[in-house]
Design a protein around this ligand. Sequence first.
Ligand SMILES: O=C(O)CCC(=O)C(=O)O
Length: 275
Amino acid sequence: MGKKLTEDQISSFHRDGFLSPIDIFSEEKALFYRQELEKAEKKWPEAFEGASRQNAHLCFTCLDEIVHNQDLLDAAEDIVGPNILNYGTVLFIKEANDPGFVSWHQDAKYMGLEPHVGITAWLALSKSDDESGCMQMIPGSHGSMRDHNDTFGEKNILTRGQEVEGVDETKAISTPLRPGQASFHSASILHSSQPNRSDDRRIGFVIQPLMPPFVTQTKSRVGAQLVRGEDKFGHFDTLQRPSKDMDPADVATRDKINKIWKEHLYEGAEKTRDL
Ligand SMILES: O=C(O)CCC(=O)C(=O)O
């Protein structure tokens, strides 16, 4: 038994490249976070548009609290080890009956982080199931990196609309979650998600990746947060936690980090977009 995960859960993560579901907090607590997030969206709509959906945890205390949730970090520690950096976050929100989708891809392809040992925690703040477009994974596909094509598809909510062709979708496994549950996936697992055909928003808060501090950024220096243990390597600048929502200094840090992410994520692409 690990701190939170059983031996079976840990070995199934390593075998399949993902693990789901993992209980992190109650539905009531998830509803509280959803309400806080939705209040913030009403007050500062621009803080959730385009590229600002990235790293909102640097500006909003409710998201920062989730990133530092001890149950989440106990589960992550069982896979990543006792020293954990959080590289960043992305809000993947699909509105009710939203045609937005995510094509088959591997997160590690464009991030520049080596080696690919980090995990993504995909945390549900609303119900995520086949109807609302939950995450789908190809078990065991994390062994090698595949070629990706940039589609820049209008309804594709990935930065470049990047896509791996020829994925055998008959092998896909859905990872339905109730609010307050998470799935973990390897940085190199093939995954995707379908449009939201439900009448409610599908809100995924993605903490990506949680990684040991020996990981390096091969493109250019950027920041990360030490969320557990110690960092003896210093490969990343230290990012502070917000003490209140939308503090101008925190907004400036978020924008600086997102600018670097944009350079990394669009490296070699023919064009960029505000995603
Ligand atoms: O939320 C989604 O549908 C996709 C998220 C994703 O690609 C990821 O967490 O790596």
